[in-house]
Design a protein around this ligand. Structure first.
Ligand SMILES: Cc1cc2nc3c(=O)[nH]c(=O)nc-3n(C[C@H](O)[C@H](O)[C@H](O)COP(=O)(O)OP(=O)(O)OC[C@H]3O[C@@H](n4cnc5c(N)ncnc54)[C@H](O)[C@@H]3O)c2cc1C
Ligand code: FES
Length: 272
């Protein structure tokens, strides 16, 4: 189901237009990358050189969150040194951005409603998709999970494009008290749709739960994987993930080139 994209990739030297904290430990970075913006499709990512001066050789991957004209944004969580350094870069700082990379979510107008399920910063991988779904007039539900209220992301961005948002927090500080996957299961059991489609991104445990729910309810699900990456060009094999290509046959596929989007039920979750 996920689509391959054989479009051009650009390594763009740009400068940061803004880089602001939008929730606790989460930043929204905006920069001008005209070619990347023109070619970007939902689910695709960029590989960002954060600093050439600090010995941080490896780039870091981030999904393209939004595209507006010649500009793209990335919504990212501070995880370790790279994202911490990125969060400290001011407006005007130089940035090297390679992209767009990877395959894309496949949105078919026959599949409705679309249910997008984002756990934590995983919602960042679903925003461009959400916009495309709404542009195609596809009814879309946004299920957004966070640890607690201060870490909740993207709700107003989703609502501003006409998406009905359901919130879940681990501590119940806002929305449903529990996992966003409980909300998904409730939504699917409340209404029997003809051809719904789930799109999800988030922590490993959340994605295994989404896969189980999708299987139980017989609903197709596309998920974006966020494995650690080295080259992001299909060379180092640092990002591979186990994929079932036939009932008794599994192979390792590269998240950076064959992914990041996979059919949930193709992933061999028990092999990780
Ligand atoms: C295709 C793709 C798209 C992504 N999109 C986004 C996005 O839009 N927003 C966002 O916030 N993040 C995204 N990520 C994850 C992001 O790339 C990592 O959080 C980032 O590279 C961490 O870099 P760091 O230097 O801060 O942490 P590091 O110092 O590299 O790592 C710190 C700790 O976090 C762990 N870690 C690092 N990366 C990952 C990972 N991918 N999965 C699990 N554990 C990890 C490490 O094992 C280590 O323990 C994406 C990843 C991929 C592969
Ligand atoms: S990151 Fe090198 S092959 Fe995917």
């Amino acid at each position: 189901m996920p689509s391959n994209c054989s479009l051009n990739t650009y390594d763009t030297r740009t400068t940061i237009l803004s880089n602001e904290e939008v929730a606790e430990a989460h930043y929204l970075l905006r920069c001008e990358c005209a070619e990347i913006a023109q070619q970007a499709h939902p689910g695709q990512f960029v590989h960002v050189m954060i600093s050439q001066n600090t010995g941080m050789l490896l780039r870091r991957p981030f999904t393209i969150y939004t595209v507006e004209g010649h500009e793209i944004t990335m919504l990212y969580q501070i995880i370790g040194d790279g994202t911490k350094q990125l969060s400290e870069l001011p407006r005007g700082a130089p940035l090297q951005v390679l992209g767009p990379l990877g395959n894309t979510f496949n949105l078919t107008i026959e599949s409705e409603p679309a249910i997008i399920v984002g756990g934590g910063a995983g919602i960042a991988s679903l925003m461009l998709l959400a916009a495309a779904l709404r542009e195609n007039d596809i009814q879309t539900f946004g299920l957004v999970g966070a640890q607690y209220r201060a870490r909740l992301l993207s709700v107003s961005d989703l609502e501003s494009i006409g998406i009905v948002v359901h919130i879940a927090t681990d501590d119940g500080s806002i929305g449903y008290h529990g996992y966003v996957t409980d909300v998904l299961a409730d939504l699917l059991s409340e209404t029997k749709w003809h051809r719904p489609m789930i799109y999800a991104c988030g922590p490993h445990g959340m994605l295994t739960a989404v896969t189980k729910i999708a299987t139980d309810f017989k609903v197709p699900a596309q998920i974006a994987m966020e494995n650690r990456m080295g080259c992001a060009m299909g060379v180092c094999l640092g990002c591979v993930c186990p994929v079932r290509i036939a009932p008794n046959h599994m192979e390792y596929q590269r998240v950076c080139t064959e992914g990041p989007v996979f059919n949930a039920t193709d992933i061999a979750w028990n092999v990780f």
